[in-house]
Each structure stands twice: as C-alpha cells, then as structure tokens.
Design a protein around this ligand. Structure first.
Ligand code: ADP
Length: 527
C-alpha cells in the first residue's frame, strides 16, 4: 500500500508537509492512509506514540465530506480537537460535557452540506443512546458526506481485550448501516485473538490489519525483588533516582492514590524533587505538576495510572513500577512512555507476590481480567527468557532470532546460572495443606498457606512434613507460579472493608497425581 502511487498521493504528501508540518511518514502511516482512502476497512495496530492519529486526520482533509472519530476518552478528544484547531483544521466534538447549544451545533454539522468541519469526535455512547445523532448521521450518509469512520482504541469492542467497554458493541451496526463507508480501527494493544474478535464484532472480517513492531530497542527492561516494607522500597527508589538516574527525568507508577502520596512524601523527605499526580488532584494542580516536571523542576512524577494522557516528553529516562500493572497491555503502555527520543531509557518493575493479590482483588470482577493480570505476573516471574521476547510474543509478534542487544536483565546477565526446582512435591504439600484446611472449614490466603507450609502459624493448619528446602521468597514465587498455571486458583470473598483472595485447588492440581508428572520452575535471579 505504501509503495504504489494513487491519484491522491501528491495531495497526501503536500498535506503532510504544509498542514501537519511533518517531513515524512513514520512506518505504516502511509499504508494505512492509502488503504482507507481506497475505501477499504482496516485495523491499525501500533504502539502508543507511534502516530496513529495521523492515519485518520490526514485522510480527512484529502476528500470532501466528514470523518467521524469514535474515542472513549473525553480528555483525549479535547486534546486532539485543540491541536487540530491550532493547525487550522476544522474539527469539533460532542461529549457529555458539551452544552446543549454546542451539541446542537455539532449535530447540525452532520446535516449541513456546507459545513466546513472535517472531523467530528464522538464517544461510543452516542451511537447507543442518541437517536437524534443517529438520524443526523443517516442524513450525512444519504448526502454522500460520510467519508470515513475512525474508531480509536478499537480493542474496547472485545471482551477478550484488557479494556472492554460495553458501548463499543453498538458500533457493530455501522458497517451494515453505512455500506461502502470505510471503517478504520486503531489500537495499541491487540493480540491475534482480540483482533479477530474485533473484526467479527464490527462485521469487517478479513479486513486489512496493519501492524507495526512492538519492539522498543532502546528500552532496558528489568525486574527487581520488592521488599515487604515501604521504607525499604523507598530506599530502592531513592538510590535509583538519586544516583543511577541523577539529573534525568522519570515516572514512578504506583497502585493507589494512598501509595502515590506516601511514596511522594517519603521521597521528598529523602531530599528528592518529586511531585505526586493522581485523580484526586484538581485539573489545575495536575497540569502544574506536569509542566514543572516537563521543565525539570521535578525530577520524577510519582503517579497513579491517571498520569498518561498527553505526556509528550521525549526524554523520559526511567519508568519505575512500584506495583505491577494490571496487564501486559497496560505495562507496555506505561513503560513505553520512556525513551520516546530513541535514547536509552530504563523500565524497572518492583515485584512481590503480595502485589498480585493487591491487584487481583481490585480487578477480578471484569471479564478476563485475571488472565491479563497473570500474564503480567508471568512476565515478572520469568527468569530465563528475554523480556523483549516475552513482550513480542504477548503481542503475537514473531520474535524469531531477533536480538535484544543485552537490553534486559535476563540477556545482560546470561551467566546467572538459573536453578530449576521441581514442583512435584511442593504441589502435593500445598494441596494437602488446602485439603486439611477445608476439612476444618478454614479458608486460607496465600500468606496463611505460606505460614502453614513453612511450619509457622497455627499448628492445626501446618502440614506433617519437613520445612521446605527453599527460601520463603522462592516459596512466594512457587505459589504465584502455581496460580498463573492454574494449579491453584483465587477465590474472592468480601468483607465490609475489602475483598480477600483465598486460595483453592485449581483444575490442574489433579495432574500432580499422575506418576509421570513433572513441573519445573526456574528460580529467578535478581540482578
Ligand atoms: P498514537 O495515537 O499512536 O499514540 P499520536 O497520533 O498521538 O500517537 O502521535 C504521537 C506523536 O507523534 C505526536 O506528537 C505526533 O505529532 C507525532 N507524529 C505522528 N506522526 C509523525 C510523523 N510522521 N513524523 C513525526 N512526528 C509524528
């Protein structure tokens, strides 16, 4: 698609330079643009920051008519409309925040044959909930003005994705309702499974999928063992930020607003210039923090995942995860804010078993979310495979013999002499601990299982054998490993204050009875 010349090719190049003021296309942009201008449905899969917006913003200016952009996030829509307006590209949005007057005006754009507006941004609820919007959209189509429908974050259609949004399902009617109007789906995070599902839901099976690599060669990936006390965590963060990343900018991602505040305070007490950023801060305060970080007044932002949108700082040299992300998709996106300028940057994650439950008790209610979380845990537990390869394979990218160039903790430390432990007897012991507790009508959390296993805690819950030969830290890894491999499963219970994750036997535990059963886990070496 990129190599051929079309009747619009000159216009496309002129628009790129004169309107968008860009010198050249990034990989895959031109293919996506040519494909959609040819009237074909397509899905574009590119990492965040790769330049997906241009794939529908530029084509919108090439032919007469209107491009509808469906986007789930109002702030993102506002950002885009603002930046388009700055470039003198006529764009509008309708959101729940839009006043009645403004949204009437926006709805008229659909009917008005002389409207100069080229891009109209809407949230997916519009299609589900506004009859008037749909009627006007029909009119726009009947007038031959509906040029294209771009659907941002298109993975939200699929229940298998990490961010399913029910309103996206209504977009399934569009391809039938508006035949010959090309649909352009865009996402940063689609596995083959999700992509097939998205095509089915949108009824555009077999459409062209344009997928760029997810490899970020300049990012160094690393897992660190997370200590149990906050003070010790602060010491690790302090050392990294004060010495290793001296004079450089970065982000520390935390799990909750409380963690975010505590860690920011702790680091400030240790003399570091950091600020916190989370959803409880007023928009004003947030944007001040952002700007001061941008200008290097703050070295690091300690943030919840609320910090992400609109970060366009190219020289972020480190992204540290104080707690694991809830999926590899989220992790890729958050860590990917490092090193946009192409220079070396580091992505460090602090992992310990307890954080698995911290996240699982928050996310377990949505479909597929535990699988996504366990994917993240597998990445952390891994002690033998290149982290880059794991990321590539997660996004169904063929890694082949591609080279990491020693840019992850595994590849840069190949002689770490990884030890494998046989889990057979451990599995049996753990199963017997759970069965014994069942008989006593007692539910066990992972911590209580660890106690019973290491012959601590109540005597009636302990097993009859010897104390295991592995350390308790490795024991934690074993339990996490057995969870992600379905030998054990989480069972959630609610109290007035919190959700508790108890551990039950999982579907695979029966395999342990097989005389030929073996399950080996490489023990991680932290570097
Ligand atoms: P995505 O939607 O994939 O996350 P964006 O569309 O927001 O990414 O683009 C990220 C940044 O890259 C923007 O600042 C944009 O101006 C810039 N960009 C996009 N295309 C190009 C290009 N061809 N050349 C240079 N910069 C580009």
């Amino acid at each position: 698609w990129a190599g051929t010349s079309y009747e619009w090719s000159d216009d496309v190049n002129i628009t790129l330079q004169n309107v968008f003021k860009l010198e050249s296309f990034r990989p895959h942009q031109l293919s996506a643009i040519n494909c959609t201008l040819s009237g074909q449905h397509a899905i574009v899969v590119m990492p965040t920051g790769a330049g997906k917006s241009l794939c529908y913003q530029l084509p919108a200016l090439i032919k007469p008519g209107l491009t509808i952009v469906v986007s789930p996030l109002v702030s993102l829509m506002e950002d885009q409309v603002r930046s388009l307006t700055k470039k003198d590209i006529p764009a509008q949005l309708i959101t729940s925040n839009t006043s009645r007057e403004d949204s009437n005006a926006a709805l008229n754009i659909l009917k008005d044959k002389n409207s100069p507006i080229k891009l109209l941004y809407v949230t997916p609820e519009r299609f589900a909930k506004s009859k008037r919007f749909m009627a006007n959209l029909q009119k726009c189509f009947a007038d031959g003005r509906l040029q294209r429908i771009a659907i941002d974050e298109v993975h939200c259609c699929s229940q298998w994705g990490h961010d399913f949004r029910p309103d996206y399902k209504f977009l399934g009617i569009l391809s039938n309702m508006f035949p010959k109007v090309p649909i352009l789906g865009l996402t940063a995070t689609a596995t083959a499974h999700v992509l097939t599902d998205v095509q089915k839901i949108l009824n555009i099976q077999g459409c062209l999928v344009i997928k760029s690599t997810f490899n970020r060669p300049n990012l160094f990936y690393k897992i660190l063992e997370k200590p149990s006390s906050q003070e010790e965590c602060l010491t690790i963060l302090e050392k990294l930020i004060k010495y290793r990343y001296k004079g450089e900018s970065g982000i520390v991602y935390t799990h909750s607003i409380k963690d975010c505040e505590d860690i920011a305070n702790g680091l400030r007490k240790r003399g570091l210039k950091v600020a916190s950023y989370h959803a409880n801060l007023e928009a004003d305060a947030r944007s001040k923090v952002h700007i001061k970080w941008h200008d290097k007044h703050y070295q690091a932002i300690v943030a919840t995942v609320a910090f992400g949108m609109g970060i366009d700082k190219p020289d972020v040299r480190f992204v540290i995860h104080h707690t694991i992300s809830k999926s590899m998709e989220n992790y890729y996106q958050e860590s990917g804010r490092a090193g946009r300028d192409g220079d070396r940057a580091e992505c460090v994650t602090l992992y310990r078993m307890q954080d698995l439950f911290k996240v699982s008790t928050m996310v377990f209610t949505s479909v597929g979310s535990l699988d996504h979380l366990y994917g993240m845990v597998k990445y952390c537990l891994n002690g033998t495979l290149c982290r880059r390869q794991l990321i590539a394979e997660h996004f169904d990218e063929d890694w082949g013999n591609a080279d990491c160039n020693k840019m992850c903790d595994i590849c840069s430390n190949p002689n770490s002499n990884v030890r494998e432990i046989n889990l057979e007897s451990h599995c049996k012991t753990l199963a017997s601990i759970i069965e014994n507790a069942d008989k006593q009508d007692t539910k066990l959390t992972a911590q209580k299982i660890l106690d019973a296993w290491f012959l601590k805690g109540p005597v009636n819950l302990r097993h009859k054998g010897k104390e295991p030969s592995i350390s308790r830290a490795v024991g934690e890894d074993v339990i996490a490993y057995l969870l992600v491999e379905n030998y054990l499963v989480e069972d959630f219970h609610f109290t007035a204050y919190s959700t508790i994750s108890y551990i039950k036997k999982g579907p695979n535990i029966d395999l342990v009875q097989d005389p030929d059963f073996t399950l080996k886990m490489p023990v991680r070496k932290y570097s």
